[in-house]
Design a protein around this ligand. Sequence first.
Ligand code: CDP
Ligand code: CDP
Length: 218
Amino acid sequence: MQEDENNVIAIDGPAASGKSSVSSRISAKIGYLHVNSGLMYRAFTWSVLRSEIDPNDAASVVGHLNSINLNCGQSDGISTLRVNGLDPGLELKSSEVNENVSVVSAVEEVREALVSKQRDYLKIANIVMEGRDIGSVVFPETPYKFYIDASVEVRAKRRMAEGGGDDLNKRDKIDASRKVSPLLIAEDACVIDTSEMDLDQVVQAVFNELKVRGLEKL
Ligand code: CDP
Ligand code: CDP
């Protein structure tokens, strides 16, 4: 399949707004590959911490980037991640990774390397990609872009219900204020405030908008 024949649906938004849940339902329904770009930043951060590199030392972080093999692929329709052949698994969601992922993700060279891997996915499949800058920076040309939001109180409650261990406010602040591709709402994104919506309603709202925007084969 040619890269220019494939579609990308971009789902951006702050932490715990519902990006993963919505993206996985949409991709399952229409047979697109679900790619969670946040997990790539988490995997690299996991590797930085595991190698006992100071996440605040940008030069060492970049050095580490150039010394590892971060493989982003897919197997049987599921996207996969390996760091030097290892699958970090549940450690991607550890509180140590939560605490350090935003500072590592703010490093320009890290973003360049991961954005390039994110773009490679479009060469192999139709994709639903979630993140912070997918509609604004990674695939600005896609007409299918969404910004999923919810109040900070609702998002904190959702994360607490999952077990907590995540300072959303701190992460959001770093993500929205960094110099390189900060979290922002792309001009042509469809914004959905999900504070008072359940998942089915959000998925339906996304589908309705995809139809309006002309996505065929829904
Ligand atoms: O699921 P949640 O929204 O809590 O986080 P995530 O999507 O797994 O992303 C973890 C972190 O990776 C974010 O807080 C950002 O610092 C970073 N990230 C990013 O900078 N750009 C992206 N496209 C995706 C994630
Ligand atoms: O990927 P992101 O961090 O943006 O959020 P998520 O992991 O999809 O959702 C965080 C939690 O909120 C999950 O437990 C979802 O089931 C829940 N959620 C919800 O209750 N209502 C929504 N409209 C969206 C998500």
